[in-house]
Design a protein around this ligand. Structure first.
Ligand SMILES: NC(=O)c1ccc[n+]([C@@H]2O[C@H](COP(=O)([O-])OP(=O)(O)OC[C@H]3O[C@@H](n4cnc5c(N)ncnc54)[C@H](OP(=O)(O)O)[C@@H]3O)[C@@H](O)[C@H]2O)c1
Length: 218
């Protein structure tokens, strides 16, 4: 099993770190303040460690980026290109702006012509970014149980090997995978977060996930 770095001390970092542990991976979590993850490390046991963003990025064969969208590029810088070069970077982030939602609709700091993942891919061309886990709440990220069967995780990225690696992880985590192509598809995938959040932000609940339906298998 490959070693996983999970950059992020928030809910997504915790759920995905626990999911990778459940599926037998060794996990190191990264944060600006490693002391804040001491309780998680104590609870999680032997195959875990905690360090700075840069230490975790160096450790991981695969790196999961699970930080606030406004901080994602700063965290990339803190890791350094050398720690991410040649690695699959699973990008869970969404470019949510520091503004309140309007009638349940979140604001983004990017445009429909340039996504956050494209910005990060341009900054570090040697890293293999794959968008994943961005279009669903953290409660459903690992082995979701829904009456309509497995939901669909929309992914994209430029490196086909990295996307195959992410698809294998998504298979283990109980998802159908829909590969929408190269990094530019993040312009469409990131806004699915806006759509996914509307029912929750308008008090209709957070108990849903997205699924692509077809007349026949592709
Ligand atoms: N919450 C969800 O259910 C959900 C679902 C899908 C996608 N996402 C996306 O996943 C990402 C993580 O979400 P989250 O809810 O787990 O947590 P979050 O509150 O969005 O992010 C927490 C992480 O961001 C880092 N961070 C915040 N400000 C920073 C700064 N100025 N410089 C460096 N790092 C900074 C924190 O670093 P420290 O550890 O050092 O404090 C922490 O690790 C977000 O981009 C979000 O849009 C969230």
């Amino acid at each position: 099993m490959k070693k996983i770095a999970v950059l992020g001390s928030g809910q997504v970092g915790e759920v995905l770190a626990d999911g990778f542990l459940k599926h037998g991976y060794e996990v190191m979590r990264g944060t600006r303040e490693p002391s804040k993850l001491a309780a998680w490390k104590a609870k999680s046991g032997g195959k875990t460690s905690v360090g700075t963003f840069a230490e975790a990025a160096r450790f991981g064969d695969i790196v999961v980026l699970a930080v606030k969208g406004t901080a994602a590029e700063a965290v990339q810088d803190a890791c350094g290109e050398g720690s991410l070069a040649g690695k699959t970077v699973i990008d869970t982030t969404n470019p949510i702006a520091e503004k309140p939602p309007v009638n349940g609709v979140l604001a983004f700091f990017t445009t429909l012509d340039d996504s956050l993942m494209e910005r990060m891919q341009r900054k570090m061309p040697a890293a293999h970014f794959v968008k994943a886990f961005s279009c669903v709440g953290n409660a459903f990220m690992v082995n979701p149980q829904l009456p309509g069967g497995p939901p669909t995780m929309f992914i994209c990225g430029n490196d086909s090997g990295a996307k195959s690696e992410v698809k294998k992880i998504l298979d283990r985590f109980g998802w159908e995978t829909e590969d929408l192509g190269a990094v530019e598809a993040a312009r469409a995938i990131e806004p699915l977060c806006i759509l996914w959040c509307i029912p929750g932000l308008t008090q209709r609940g957070w108990n849903h996930a997205l699924k692509l339906l077809r007349t026949s298998p592709s």
